[in-house]
Design a protein around this ligand. Sequence first.
Ligand code: GUN
Ligand code: ZN
Length: 435
Amino acid sequence: MTRTLIRGRLLSFLRRPETIDDAASYRYEEDGGLLVEDGRIAAVGAYATVRAEAPEDVEEIDHRPHLILPGLIDTHLHFPQMQVIGSYAANLLEWLNTYTFPEECRFVESEHAARIARHFYDEMIRQGTTTAVAYCSVHKTSADAYFAEALKRGMRMIGGKVMMDRNAPQGLLDTPDMGYDETRAVIAQWHGKGRNHVAITPRFAITSTPAQMEMAAALAREFPDLLIQTHLSENHDEIRFTSELYPDAIDYTDVYAKYGLLGRKSLFGHCIHLSEREADAMSEAGAVAVHCPTSNLFLGSGLFPLKALSRREKPVRIGVATDIGGGTSYSMLKTMDEAYKIQQLLGERLNPFESFYHMTLGNAEALSLADHIGTLEAGTDADFVVLDAAATPAMALKMEVVRSLTEELFLLQTLGDDRAVRETYVAGKPMKATL
Ligand code: GUN
Ligand code: ZN
């Protein structure tokens, strides 16, 4: 049995913070201890208490004065788009057709897919992201590369072979049968292997025919425990085109509802322009709207009403994500910095505790994985990050006047990025030091 005692300032959430003063929503230990045993957290609490109960000869790592939080979680990004970031386009559909679809065609090559997968996981670890939910490309080779690398690194990762059978270049199309068969093959080969989870992944209504949506529905019925991911209501032209393609649906959300794809396991990227009816339908189904702030700003897609959706009489569940490569940063800290600014533009406040809740427990809840990740509770996976709010000269200068945990978190979110991530532990192992 391998055991390590980690010492530092521990912060983890118990539920969503209601206000900036909601101290009961989180647990903070100024001098905390985490006992890690075989990849899990065996004990957590005040350092003195955990130390007293730990074996005499346990290895000890002292991360004081830094903060230790659960590993950050990214609930929507595209693994084959690492070389798409920063592509100059006027809007979503132009960006997809001009840069993104041609780039994804390259993932038919398994060597290319394997090389990008290595870079992808290096980047996740550099940024403190220990779990991510990715779209692979339409090619099974891309899903194989994605999951093989996750297995090597022992990470809890979620991903799916994209299903798309129209409105894209030939090299990026499957068929309803191929999409179904290859998704089943990916599930058989990878789901539950190591810490891998497969998600059913019809790209979006524009690139799937009704016949393919039927196949996605069949997969969702056969594998009810799997997450489903797709895109919804990101851009006005996309919404218009979708209603032309699915004239019988009441609205965009109803397209997915008609095919049985609107439920508690469904993750919908963007959801910027939902009507009240659509928000009600999302809420009633328990579906998750995944906010991708840097992408929404970069592509000029719109301002996601995060606060308004979460305080409705029928609240909508929320996830937060980078959406690489529409997104412009791999950092969940930068992501929440931009989320904060979007709420400012909408006349709303997003407090630092809410932001850090969303990056950790909030996203774990969105994935129905809070029993495993997103907290520092005993019995959960030992995935955590060590954050340094004085990581750069500018941050260190500001830290001289920081007087509270609230201010420290806000500084981390406002000026922080991968440089603020001192270490990333995956199943109890420090991974960043060895990159
Ligand atoms: N909608 C369909 N595919 C994509 C994608 O790759 N990125 C974004 N931002 N939106 C999409
Ligand atoms: Zn996306």
